[in-house]
Design a protein. Structure first.
Length: 233
């Protein structure tokens, strides 16, 4: 009985350790990200870009983050004609026929999708998101910001701005997207309440993260637990 109970406990411990290692890696990554955010905004307060870039910036604009991403925008799959007819083929002379009555039918437009295009440089500043590629150059200004949406793993983003009818966005590698998401939140925070407010916010987040460090599971074998003393008859 003790052998099988211990084996079951060891299996459960191994599963718990896998979960702990995954959660702890995400926690440590978030600590690293928020330290980078704090450093970037400390530089911004001094008027310095956090990353090198060739962008012609607006007055007072500071670049706080840079990375690689794939631009995409709203589009459609190819449309098609449905309900058409081939018509009739009528012989005219030997070897020659004439087709009459052919109809193309009704045109059905394709499904609305996000069309993924080229990979390029993504820059995040205190005023906007920028994409620079070989064939596409786009920006999403916070002054026109209506919101954003992201995938569950924080890798794919759609941005909504009031000066553009079609939605568009950027796809990142998962780790890069997670970092971008946290920088973006603080960039919008800075646009609304000022650069200094970000430092206060990030300091609080770092304190909260330190308190929320995932706890390493302990292996407790049933065989090592002392049996309760026997009750006298």
């Amino acid at each position: 009985m003790g052998f099988w109970a211990d084996r079951k406990a060891k299996r459960a411990f191994k599963d718990a350790m896998r979960g702990y290692e995954f959660d702890h890696a995400k926690w440590a990554h978030d600590i690293e990200i928020f330290k980078k955010i704090k450093s970037a905004f400390e530089s911004a307060i001094k008027g310095d870009d956090a990353v090198s870039n060739l962008t012609v910036q607006k007055s007072g604009e500071i670049v706080i983050w840079g990375g690689q991403g794939q631009y995409h925008e709203a589009g459609r799959t190819p449309g098609q004609y449905v309900g058409g007819s081939q018509g009739l083929s009528i012989p005219i002379v030997a070897g020659i026929r004439y087709r009459v009555g052919a109809m193309r039918g009704s045109f059905v437009p394709g499904d609305a999708i996000q069309v993924y295009k080229e990979v390029g440089e993504v820059l995040l500043s205190t005023e906007r998101i920028m994409f620079n590629g070989m064939y596409n150059t786009k920006e999403w200004a916070f002054a026109k910001w209506n919101g954003a949406a992201t995938s569950q793993d924080e890798s794919d983003y759609i941005f909504h701005v009031s000066n553009r009818q079609k939605t568009s966005g950027i796809l990142f590698e998962a780790d890069t997207g997670r970092e971008f998401n946290r920088f973006l939140a603080q960039a919008i925070n800075a646009a609304e309440t000022g650069l200094a407010s970000v430092i206060t916010t990030v300091d609080k987040v770092l304190i909260d993260l330190a308190e929320d460090e995932p706890k390493k599971p302990e292996l407790i074998l049933p065989s090592a637990i002392a049996a309760p003393p026997a009750t006298p008859a």
